[in-house]
Unconditional design. Structure first.
Length: 120
C-alpha cells in the first residue's frame, strides 16, 4: 500500500511570519511595551512627558527618584526609541514621539497576547 505525503498548506506566508517575528521581538522588552502603552490615545508626546508616563507605568507603587527618571530617559534615548522606529516616529529635532505606521498593529498584537495570557 502506497502512502502519500500530505501537501503542506500553511496558514501564513513566510513574509507574514517574518514580520510577526520582528514585531514580537520588539514587544519582548517591557520598556518598549511601556512606551507603546504611554502613547495610547495620544497623537504625540515630548520625550520628557513620555519618560514621566513610562515611569508611572513601570514604577506604579514605587517612589519616583531622579535616578529612575534618568535611567529611563537614557534607555529610551540610547536604545528603545530607535528600535521602535516604524512603530513610532521620533522627531529628534523637536524631541517629539508619535505613533507610527505600525503602531496600531503592534498594539493589536500586544492586546491579543495579554488577553491570551490572562485566559491561560
Amino acid at each position: 500500500m502506497a502512502t502519500t505525503t500530505p501537501t503542506p498548506n500553511p496558514k501564513y506566508t513566510n513574509n507574514e511570519i517574518d514580520d510577526l517575528t520582528d514585531l514580537l521581538h520588539l514587544l519582548s522588552s517591557p520598556r518598549r511595551i511601556h512606551v507603546l502603552t504611554a502613547l495610547r490615545g495620544e497623537s504625540e508626546l515630548r520625550r520628557t512627558e513620555l519618560v514621566t508616563r513610562v515611569n508611572q507605568i513601570a514604577y506604579r507603587n514605587e517612589r519616583m527618584t531622579a535616578q529612575k527618571r534618568k535611567r529611563t530617559n537614557i534607555s529610551l534615548y540610547q536604545q528603545h526609541l530607535e528600535a521602535l522606529e516604524g512603530v513610532i516616529e521620533w522627531d529628534r529635532n523637536t524631541d517629539v514621539i508619535r505613533p507610527g505606521d505600525e503602531y496600531d498593529r503592534a498594539i493589536a498584537v500586544l492586546d491579543w497576547a495579554l488577553l491570551a495570557y490572562r485566559q491561560s
